[in-house]
Design a protein around this ligand. Structure first.
Ligand code: 6A9
Length: 782
């Protein structure tokens, strides 16, 4: 019995998967086979396969003060002045700009369909110097192809060290050829002086590519342009593993890895072509002026579609605002990744963590540098934007996520799939526990798909939604049931997030990572007596969408309908969550406000030197015992009944909510709504000495998006608060758009959160996950 229970956490859901096993293959979906699905590198492409041949680019500056400044995976530590997609349609092309010191690299790709393996593509890299320094920088670009346990690569060298092309074969790509063209200054100019080097070796895994290149660098090469001094430069030579790495690699993982290095002075332009062997009817090569024409055509199509969908021009936005809007969309599309691997999971019935069944995930990522992987509740927000551009992307993303559900109805919250993803995560964050939820925001994205379907059922791109929902439905039911049974609270129709930190003595307020709002204040003493108002509202929303989906499919919907009605009952909500004292909605639990972090007392015997004893750490001191009561923290959580439209338009509570929102001593700032009231005792308080405030003041765009959307909603329905909502809508919308835009213009990035004090972007960057919802706010699409 016990062993059966222990297996449940890693047993897949029994219903047929939403996506056929070959749905991402070159045969079934050729136009989405190749893509920039490696958001964790500055520039690279792969196919939507479990073990794709990957291609990518590294670069470094020669003769620089800093010795080796190799760039490859997106790292905040590289301190680039900005990088990201300016245009990307998620399908056929992309244009990215990278600013590294005074160097600007433009990386463009265009795909061309043909043959049976996803067709061809061409990259064009344009390098320019930004400043007017006397010496134009000399740059090395390192283009590479690497296999991942399958497929072969063969290097073709001409003229001494110049790797002219790579030919290769893999099951999914068939035969292919990658050609490295020589650098030119412009499309019509002839070749310019360059030095060439290459590396041909094997890698034990894709996460090791940077290291292999680093350990193969040698400065014995001489750069000697016709009209200049001879200088030694750094280039790939032979790979010599560091001494401490004598461990023999797993031979099954050893895969071909080939690097082409070209060293050349700016300005220059280089093209790299991938040609599929099965493409026999290719009219010409996608290079030079043909490439330029293709790019221009794609850009024009992109512009037209962008304006048609988001209408920024017709809303009177400036050209710079429009460019920002395009970047927001393009980075979310260009941040789509395809991952494959196994989560590490644990249930109460496992002594040790287990490996989840291997699975694929096609998903957007919150941040290319800091968290280039899938996060469950982030994805619902991502798809709110992407569904406007390409609902097929949304169906495929949701399909992939729901195909990762186990027989219990649980989906791991953070998806760390494959060695590359794993290499970015500290060990203590890897294991995912099956008691733990994350807000079911995918229902928000489903709601959007359903609305598109009902508003325009004939539209070609919403037609596949109905068959999609039909396949999704058995899994969706189990997913909803999982929340509705495992996350229930102490009273009927109440809910409680699981997975709160138990080590109460170490944290000012134990975190609730599962809610997505990490350190947002909850009951000071986690217990089974808690009830959480945000989760109540998520369940009200989800049951409503379940009812709509069931109705659309002609399935029994009465139970969902009833649940939705009960959870939306404003009287019940008030009984469970309205705090008269706070005059706001609130969590309830075993709670005291009388807590603070204090230096732990360290006993030093008289006469002993102080420094021989451990440094006192901060621990929580509780001055008054907790009791069952409302938590009375005012912030995002108190807004949920409004944010998710659970309140009826005539609810008298709306008046309080709108007033608190507009109050600068509480939630209002000139840059958006802050996460926690300025008057709350935990406002901007650290949780431990190492843990700065996160959801305790700063402005987050996902919830600001919901707030603007809710204001829009309440200003469009009859009710006593309609005008107030309309006025706030205009103000809040303007504040958010202006600030996120201004920060982007000033810093080159879209950020994880914004300071409530100065509006400055902070946290990880680029963060083009939900912060990109600013575009929907500009476009007034909710
Ligand atoms: C820790 C550090 C290289 C935190 O956007 C993803 C999530 C959100 O879902 C959540 O609501 N972020 C928010 O509170 C970022 C979580 C990052 C955890 C990774 C490991 C990696 O160091």
């Amino acid at each position: 019995m016990r062993s059966n229970l222990a297996k449940r956490v890693v047993t897949p859901h029994p219903s047929p998967p939403v996506l056929d096993a070959n749905s991402s293959s070159a045969k079934v979906s050729p136009e989405r086979f190749w893509g920039s699905y490696r958001p964790q590198v500055y520039f690279g492409m792969k196919t939507r396969s479990p073990h794709s041949i990957v291609t990518g680019m590294m670069w470094m500056r020669q003769f620089a003060e800093m010795d080796v400044n190799l760039r490859h995976t997106c790292e905040q530590g590289d301190r680039l002045h900005g990088y990201g997609w300016l245009m990307h349609d998620g399908l056929t092309f992309g244009v990215q700009e990278i600013r590294d010191g005074d160097l600007t690299l433009t990386t463009e790709f265009v795909k061309r369909m043909g043959g049976d393996h996803g067709g061809d593509w061409t990259w064009r890299i344009t390098a320019k110097q930004h400043s007017s320094a006397p010496q134009a920088p000399v740059i090395s670009l390192m283009f590479y192809a690497a296999a991942d346990t399958q497929g072969s690569l063969e290097a073709h060298v001409e003229e001494r060290n110049r790797l002219a092309s790579i030919t290769g074969f893999s099951e999914e790509l068939g035969n292919f050829k990658i050609t490295f063209r020589k650098p030119v200054t412009g499309e019509l100019s002839s070749a310019k002086y360059a030095s060439y080097n290459y590396l041909q070796t094997v890698s034990p895994g894709l996460e090791k590519l940077t290291e292999i290149v680093k350990y193969s660098l040698n400065r014995r090469f001489v750069y000697s342009p016709p009209s200049g001094e001879k200088r030694h430069y750094i280039a790939v030579d032979t790979y010599r593993p560091p001494h401490n790495q004598q461990k023999p690699a797993d031979p099954r993982k050893e895969s071909a890895f080939v690097v082409h290095q070209v060293t050349v002075q700016t300005p220059f332009q280089i093209e790299v072509l991938f040609e599929s062997g099965s493409f026999h009817t290719r009219p010409n090569q996608l290079v030079a002026s043909v490439m330029t024409q293709e790019l221009e055509r794609r850009k024009a199509e992109f512009e037209a579609k962008f304006e048609k969908i988001f209408g920024l021009q017709s809303r009177g936005f400036s050209q710079t605002h429009i460019r920002f809007g395009k970047a927001a969309l393009s980075n979310m599309l260009g941040g789509m990744g395809h991952f494959y691997g196994q989560s590490v999971v644990q249930s109460a019935y496992n002594e040790y963590p287990l490996l989840y069944p291997p699975g694929a995930l096609f998903t957007a990522v919150p941040s290319r540098s800091f968290f280039p992987r899938g996060f469950l509740w982030d994805e619902g927000f991502h798809q709110l934007l992407l569904s406007k551009w390409d609902p097929q992307v949304t169906r495929e993303s949701i399909g992939h996520w729901l195909d990762l559900i186990n027989m219990e109805g649980w989906i791991p919250r953070e998806q760390i799939l494959g060695d590359e993803a794993l290499s970015k995560v500290p060990a203590e964050f890897v294991v995912q526990r099956n008691e733990n939820a994350n807000p079911p925001t995918l229902f928000l994205a489903l709601q959007e798909l359903i609305e598109q379907l009902s508003s325009n059922p004939e539209k070609w791109d919403s037609q596949p939604t109905l068959p999609f929902l039909r396949r999704l439905y058995p899994r969706l039911k189990t997913w909803f049931e999982w929340y509705n049974t495992t996350q229930t609270g102490p009273l009927p129709h109440s809910y409680r997030w699981r997975g709160r930190d138990r080590d109460t003595n170490l944290f000012l307020n134990p975190k609730t990572l599962t809610s997505g709002l990490d350190d947002y204040p909850r009951a000071s003493h986690p217990s089974a007596d808690e009830r959480h108002v945000d989760l109540h509202c998520w369940m009200a929303l989800s049951s409503g969408i379940m009812a709509s989906v069931a109705r659309l499919l002609g399935e029994p919907h009465q139970d969902y309908e009833r649940t939705h009605q009960v959870l939306s009952d404003n009287n019940l909500l008030n009984e469970l969550h309205w705090s008269e004292q706070l005059r706001a909605y609130s969590d309830f639990g075993n709670h005291t406000q009388a807590v603070s972090l204090q230096q732990e007392k360290v006993y030093v015997p008289p006469g002993q030197p102080r420094h021989q004893f451990p440094v006192a750490r901060l621990v929580r001191s509780v001055r008054r015992a907790p009791k069952l009561q409302y938590v009375n923290a005012l912030g995002y959580v108190s807004l949920f009944p409004f944010l998710l439209h659970v309140l009826t338009p005539d609810s008298p509570k709306l008046e309080h909510i709108l007033r608190d929102m507009r109050d600068p001593d509480k939630l209002w700032t000139p840059y958006g709504l802050r996460s926690l009231s300025k008057s709350d005792p935990l406002y901007m308080k650290r949780n431990t000495e190492h843990d700065p405030p996160y959801w305790r003041g700063p402005i987050w765009i996902n919830l600001n998006y919901l707030a603007v959307r809710a204001l829009h909603h309440y200003s469009n329905v009859e009710g006593p608060h309609r005008e107030k909502a309309a006025a706030l809508y205009e103000e809040l919308r303007t504040n958010i758009v202006n600030n996120v835009y201004r920060q982007y213009a000033e810093t080159g990035y879209i950020w994880e959160q914004y300071s409530d004090n100065t509006g400055r972007g902070q946290g990880s960057h680029p963060f083009t996950g939900w912060s990109s919802l600013t575009l929907l706010i500009m476009a007034e699409q909710y």
